[in-house]
Design a protein around this ligand. Sequence first.
Ligand code: ZN
Length: 124
Amino acid sequence: MSIESCGVCGGDGRIANSFSGSTATCPGCHGTGRRSDDALFRDVTKTKPSHYRQANKPAAVEKPSGPATFEGTQLAKEVSECPNLSSGTKAKLTLEIVEHEATHGKCTQTFIKKVRKQLRAAGS
Ligand SMILES: [Zn+2]
């Protein structure tokens, strides 16, 4: 709170007179120990930042639970319908599809082939 303290007296509101040993009311803050100008400024602006943040609060971005593209959806369907994959492997592959889409913006043919190769390997 040193910023709010009066710079003249350091927040005491009084200034010691080193010669007489007595104290006098601080002329900078009139005995309050605070920088009145700053305090006023703070009060005026105090509520504005929170209003600003609330009005501009970004909508919660929900993480997609599944693929977003047609190819990704198809591929995830093939994964889920593969009878020889464990549910853990299916979940892992589906997650790979989602993450691949997030990185590349779509399912590349190379990636689709790679996943289908895994499906065939599991089926054999
Ligand atoms: Zn002062």
